[in-house]
Write a protein that binds this ligand. Sequence first.
Ligand code: ADP
Ligand code: MG
Length: 701
Amino acid sequence: MYTATIDAPIEYLKGVGPMRADLLKKELGIYTYAQLLHYYPFRYIDRTRFYKIAELQPELPLVQIVGRITGKELIGEKHKKRIVAKFTDDSGTIELVWFQSLKWVDEHVERGKVYIAFGKPNVFNGQFSISHPELETYPRPQTLAGNLTLQPIYNSTEKLKKRFLDSKGIQQLQRIVLEQHLREIPENMPAYILEKYRLMSKRDAMLNIHFPGSASALQLAQRRLKFEELFFLQLQLLNSKKLRSLKFKGALFNTVGHNVNTFYKEILPFELTNAQKRVIKEVRLDTQRGVQMNRLVQGDVGSGKTVVALMSMLLANDNGYQACMMAPTEILARQHYESLTGLLGDKLVKVAILTGSTPKKQRSKLHEALESGEIQILVGTHALIEDKVQFQNLGLVVIDEQHRFGVEQRAKLWRKNQIPPHILVMTATPIPRTLAMTLYGDLDVSVIDELPKGRKPIVTRHLYEGQRLRMFGFMREEIQKGRQVYVVYPLIKESEKLDLLHLEAGIEQLRYQFPLPNYQISIVHGQMKNADKNFEMQKFVEGKSQIMVATTVIEVGVNVPNASIMIIENAERFGLSQLHQLRGRVGRGAEQSFCILMSGNKLSKEGKVRLETMVKTNNGFEISEIDLQLRGPGDIQGTQQSGVLDLKLADLAQDQVILAEARSTIIELFDEDPMLDHPKNSLLKSYLNKKNQGITFDKIS
Ligand code: ADP
Ligand code: MG
């Protein structure tokens, strides 16, 4: 006879069979007993609280009542047929009603007997009733884990419910697996770690997550399982980081030479902030270890990432290597090129630009100059990745706004040199620390968490539609002072047609308020041709137009220091980090800058929190934390392809402490035992072997 084990196919479980097994696979991805056990309840109902019938209120959620069946009758005809029972305690009587399974109810629900009824009370004509209550005999018999006080609730689906696999049905299956196989559940965490963090054993955790012995046992079970989840995710991330550093040598930038020194002493027009100095030092250390650097620099807009990038590139040049800098759009590449050449002049190194619109003739010259090493810094777009572009000796790649580059593209860059170039990724989208640890867990992360001195914080105001004339008045005043204004409209795929109508109406209104010839308006939106967009942008950049009406295309990177007013229409429709990005377009010059958030009069609670947060703080890291609390990690940029969303129990917004513990444990453990050869780490070693994280060149992200 076949004896099922914990990894047996789910159809072998008593009460499952082929039909239900099929559904469990299709609907929930459950193929084995073990997978079933890892399908956790999403909440629990407190079954210690009993209500009296006299206490019932229409708005109460699920309640349980102890009472006696004092009457029971079958009424109605055909599809209206139902059983109605009188259920009585010492404070009153309600009705229990069944429309289905009438035969079963008729045979099993006994008149005169005492039950616990559980369900949602409904009220009709002043009379309370519960349809399809759960009934248990009273007093409760001992259950699997003592008395069940917290009832687990599982997510189910319509198809599963039709096969009686509602929450209760799933709970029943969990009970069967646990009764038969509890002792086969293997421990998967090393004992010394369990001890250090006082974690429950896997077995106890599994039992208590499904059948909590008490509220505190449930908490311990949740902590253990969350820890485990985050621990193994970090183990994989840090393991690939380790493997990469073992496998790939990195160019050595040992010398701080002429370029860096001259730039720092003679050219740099300002004092670096401490944060900038710190990050540059981190890059210095990374590039002297003989290991490929993979560093992410997070810094709010305006925190001065460009200089950090430039000094890193000059460092590469000082050591005989070329460097390149990639931007996600042509406009941004051009801006970088201009600000780099603006800073460097024609002193020091040769800087060139390559984008999709570089003419063919110029392009082949450029290719030659790159291969001969004449060009030391190349700025550009995706065009840099093309195979035709060959360097003499590429030592450093700076990627600006990395969310838009895929893994494949990064891998291509790696192949541009025999030793893969160092990678420095710059992002102006601060993300919470916990998310960074997970999303970029295999990178080193630097933060520039300080703005250059003397910046005036942007003043942010929230105005309602009724205050629009005030807003126009303010715009007029500022334009008369010589400033420029952005007006941004939402344009979202799902409501594109309506949004475009709003945009057009908004433009018409602006034209009326700000007529020609005194006022010029540039218009840029995603549906325009690139050439037209560039033309309109350029007009604004050169100060030929005072107002730039745009959809979110201006979100990233554009730098017009004279533009000091940002008006965001329908601000309630933008996410927090997007609002913050948009606001970052102003506050780049010497003038006081303003951000005005326009919204309708009716706001959702969350919308209100978002706008209030914007008014309250300019700090991108603080904003990203609030964003994570509001929306969860699923909606935060960059999470979609990562493992973050596969977390079953852990929540990156709530479980920051556990995550930090798990990560530091692994860092320590790799320090002490990099190859996991010590017997105490053997479980981890076999986990990684099984995961087959054997790293290949293309897999690296
Ligand atoms: P971002 O981090 O958004 O890319 P930038 O590198 O474009 O920021 O810098 C924004 C502006 O601040 C630029 O005009 C730059 O010259 C200036 N800047 C950068 N660092 C400093 C500093 N330490 N002191 C003063 N101004 C600085
Ligand atoms: Mg920048």
